[in-house]
Ligand binder design. Structure first.
Ligand SMILES: Nc1ncnc2c1ncn2[C@@H]1O[C@H](COP(=O)(O)OP(=O)(O)OP(=O)(O)O)[C@@H](O)[C@H]1O
Ligand code: SF4
Ligand SMILES: [Mg+2]
Length: 319
């Protein structure tokens, strides 16, 4: 039996804005075993980043986790106070590669100093020890350790992203969350970064949660795939389940919009309409306004159904 690493139950994270309550994550459940990787896909605004921020407990104001449990290595981390969480879980247990982080490296410090700072703060390393370790971390992500004295502007986009990955790995956490780690990189560099993540997963035995709107990217690395729509997971299963036997009409639509080598352009499908306004989502199934199979039943929230072992779908078509 594989060892549980992260178990999320009924997680709800809402933003209390002037315009109303945005239910960005609204009852999310999933389980991740040690060394396993999960891809989370869905259109822009469906709550992927908010889910990641919730797991690492960095939800920005006016957001708040309002319900659910996050069990990490057997502990409900939502019960820890901020100091306990910072000391024991954030970066040491769970680290995150933030969306757009490579453009947020501090321009006035060398990359070596920026990596070293993490080790000085969290591991009490001396500056010398920390710089030595920073060099090793750079080598691990495929950058010549001599670049330790480079400033961010002296690096290409792909190298900056490697630095950000090195920072996330500095404390050797068992779980790394990567939020859109290759957006804004060209396809060649994108492939290199995906290969690096794959290699790190294999060599270090870490779990990765890869967030992307791009299902073809997720296919590269994920053992498990969750499809999010309107703040909820609507389908989750192994990669084989999701790519070979997608059941939710939204998953089918997402997969139908990926070009295939042997297919014709005319075979591509798209999903009509726009994602729901999460401050006022439709009642019942949130996908109903865009779903060609919608019926009266769909005005009620569909249950999550296990249609084959480990493959869950939330849709009335299977209830
Ligand atoms: N700081 C905030 N204040 C108010 N609403 C927010 C805030 N951050 C996110 N939201 C809202 O929460 C919802 C989910 O946003 P989130 O950024 O998690 O989506 P996403 O799936 O990561 O999108 P993308 O693919 O564009 O990165 C959206 O409706 C968004 O407008
Ligand atoms: S529950 Fe109804 S509206 Fe929602 S995806 Fe299934 S068929 Fe479509
Ligand atoms: Mg996002």
């Amino acid at each position: 039996m594989s060892e549980k690493l992260l178990e999320v139950n009924g997680l709800k994270t809402y933003f209390y804005t002037m315009k109303g309550v945005v239910k960005a994550v609204d009852g999310v459940d999933f389980l991740l075993s040690k060394g396993e990787s999960l891809g989370i896909a869905g259109e822009s605004g469906c709550g992927k980043s908010t889910l990641a921020f919730s797991i690492i407990r960095l939800v920005p104001a006016p957001g708040r986790i309002v319900g659910g449990k996050i069990n990490f290595m057997g502990k409900n981390v939502l019960e820890l106070n901020e100091e306990e969480f910072r000391k024991t879980i954030r970066w040491k247990g769970i680290s995150m590669i933030f969306q757009g982080a490579m453009n947020a490296l501090n321009p006035v410090y060398t990359i070596g100093d920026q990596i070293a700072e993490i080790l000085v703060i969290h591991k009490n390393y001396t500056k010398k020890e920390a710089l030595e370790e920073a060099g090793k971390l750079l080598a691990m992500v495929g950058i010549d350790p001599r670049r330790i004295r480079s400033y961010p502007h002296e690096l290409s986009g792909g190298m900056k992203q490697r630095v950000v990955i090195a920072m996330a790995l500095a404390l050797k956490p068992p779980l790394v969350i990567a939020d859109e780690p290759t957006t804004a990189l060209d396809v060649v560099v994108q492939a290199q970064i995906m290969n690096l993540l794959k290699k790190l997963k294999k060599e270090l035995g870490i779990s990765i949660i890869l967030i992307s709107h791009d299902l073809s990217l997720i296919a590269e690395i994920a053992d498990k795939v969750a499809i999010m729509y309107g703040g909820k997971i609507v389908e989750i299963g192994s990669s084989e389940h999701i790519y070979l036997n997608p059941k939710h009409p939204y998953t089918q639509g997402l997969l139908g919009s990926i070009p295939r080598l042997k297919g014709e352009i005319k075979d591509l499908t798209w999903i009509p309409g726009v994602p729901p306004d999460l401050s006022n989502p439709p009642p019942g199934c949130r996908f109903a306004p865009r779903c060609k199979y919608a019926s009266e039943k769909c005005n009620k929230e569909p249950p999550m159904i296990e249609i084959e072992k480990g493959h869950f779908v939330s849709c009335w078509l299977y209830a």
